[in-house]
Design a protein. Structure first.
Length: 197
């Protein structure tokens, strides 16, 4: 255990959020094994949350399986943090995270509204890599999840996202087709439908 990681734990025990965050920003790959053990083994949801937060900042491909498992944590704050952490790790290691985005997409139907919002934002941050996962949700029948999937596509706002949005302009779900329309309109594509085969 490094001195830096021990200071991290001490700050968590002291419930000093400013100190915890400050130390988390200094953690590096050498602390990743300890953070992963903390996430997998600690019974305290606050410690698991801080482990996820730190992995968002310093985690590499090795952190992805543990973060994916944390998407099913019993604590909603940990689930939300795990979704956002995967988006952050995706920024550094997209190939490691992309295959797991369908697991993040399952949270679009989570019992917690906060988790659903974070999952939507996290998928949007992953850009085109999230499109297949979002397309699978749109093919389903969970209307709230479908609406959030379209909201994520609207935020992605790339040509591949536009092609998928175009398919849902006449969807029976009012919010799905409204978000599709608004997304395409914001991209200036409604007048240029021929660009979307």
């Amino acid at each position: 255990m490094t001195d830096r990681f021990q200071r991290f734990l001490t700050a968590i025990d002291a419930q000093d959020d400013d100190a915890i965050e400050s130390i988390a920003l200094t953690l590096r790959a050498r602390e990743e094994p300890a953070l992963l053990a903390m996430l997998r083994e600690d019974e305290d949801p606050e410690r698991r949350w801080w482990a996820v937060r730190a992995l968002a900042l310093c985690g590499g491909p090795e952190a992805v399986p543990a973060l994916v498992a944390a998407l099913e944590d019993e604590d909603e704050n940990v689930r939300a943090a795990a979704a956002m952490a995967l988006a952050r790790v995706h920024e550094r290691n997209p190939a490691a995270v992309a295959p797991a985005l369908d697991r993040v997409a399952r949270l679009l139907d989570d019992a917690s509204g906060a988790v659903r919002r974070v999952a939507t934002d996290s998928l949007a941050r992953c850009g085109d890599d999230a499109i297949d996962a979002l397309a699978a949700v749109l093919e389903g029948d969970r209307q709230g999840a479908r609406t959030r999937a379209m909201a994520a596509l609207r935020k992605i706002a790339t040509f591949p996202a536009a092609k998928l949005m175009y398919q849902y302009l006449n969807d029976d779900n009012y919010l799905v087709h409204t978000y599709a329309y608004e997304g395409l309109d914001e991209m200036g594509l409604l007048e240029n439908m021929l660009l979307l085969p």
